[in-house]
Design a protein around this ligand. Structure first.
Ligand SMILES: [Zn+2]
Length: 269
């Protein structure tokens, strides 16, 4: 059983193909509007240029990173794995379906937390992940700024999660869509009232938290690896106190300026 089978209404509208991309597009526009009204930091780069550049990485990833890996590997698994399918139901069949999917998403978020930590621990993986951190500014478009190599290897890693739980590719796409929603939120250059940020920060990763992860200082960068929930940073002690107005510089010291579109792709040392 897939998540969308819980929602026959959305199923009939081809949830993955139409509703979710449209919803995420409006979420992106909504955060862009809020950033314009309530910015946390002054930007040193034109918004238009950032949208073009970071949006360009996103389109490249959709075809190269994710597309290449899925066409090479995931569909091959999908074709042959009927014996493994629905394995998660054997573990969690006693739960109401909605609760089961919530628990699976929590597990997925923990899995992504581990993947993010690995990206910072292993030099080979950081060579791709640095494109994301080389951004000297941060806004909602930074949530789209990933190297196709990082996408490719992340899908290799995610396939372990799929196989271990017998999930289907469209379950993964839905999980990734939820993840993208949280990625937009945590990267938003958004000055929320501190009380609201503290309230949301009990459960979710907030913009001021993720701002610390994008700091040029390595001690700060090695904190807040979470994407959706803050539980994993609390549990593994990678949490730091947030600042009402960030004073840290963003980016990587090896890139005094945000690299251009192409040099970002090819500077892998
Ligand atoms: Zn990172």
């Amino acid at each position: 059983m897939t998540i969308s089978s819980l929602l026959p209404f959305f199923n009939s509208f081809h949830i993955e193909k139409a509703f979710i991309p449209l919803f995420l597009f409006f979420v992106f526009l909504f955060f862009t509007f809020l950033e314009w009204r309530f910015p946390l930091r002054m930007m040193t780069e034109k918004k238009r240029y950032r949208l073009l550049k970071n949006g360009g990485y996103f389109f490249l990833n959709s075809f190269l990173g994710r597309g290449l890996f899925i066409s090479l590997f995931l569909f091959a698994i999908e074709y042959r794995w009927y014996d493994w399918r629905d394995l998660h139901q054997q573990y969690l069949h006693f739960l109401p379906p909605l609760l089961m999917w919530l628990i699976l998403y929590l597990c997925y978020d923990l899995f992504i937390y581990s993947w993010h930590r690995l990206n910072h621990r292993i030099d080979f993986l950081f060579a791709f992940h640095q494109l994301h951190h080389a951004d000297r500014n941060m806004d909602v478009s930074t949530g789209l700024r990933f190297h196709p190599g990082e996408y490719f290897f992340s899908y290799a890693f995610k396939s372990i999660f799929l196989l271990a739980l017998g999930l289907e590719i469209k379950d993964l796409f839905l999980f990734d869509s939820i993840l993208l929603f949280f990625s937009f939120f945590q990267h938003a250059n958004l000055k929320m009232p501190l009380s609201l940020e503290h309230f949301l920060g009990q459960i979710f990763i907030t913009p001021r938290m993720h701002d610390i992860h994008h700091s040029i200082e390595s001690v700060e960068m090695n904190s807040y690896f979470g994407t959706s929930f803050v539980f994993w940073d609390k549990l593994f002690r990678t949490q730091k106190p947030i600042k009402s107005q960030p004073t840290n510089q963003l980016g990587l010291s090896k890139f005094p300026e945000t690299p251009s579109f192409l040099s970002g792709l090819f500077s892998l040392k």
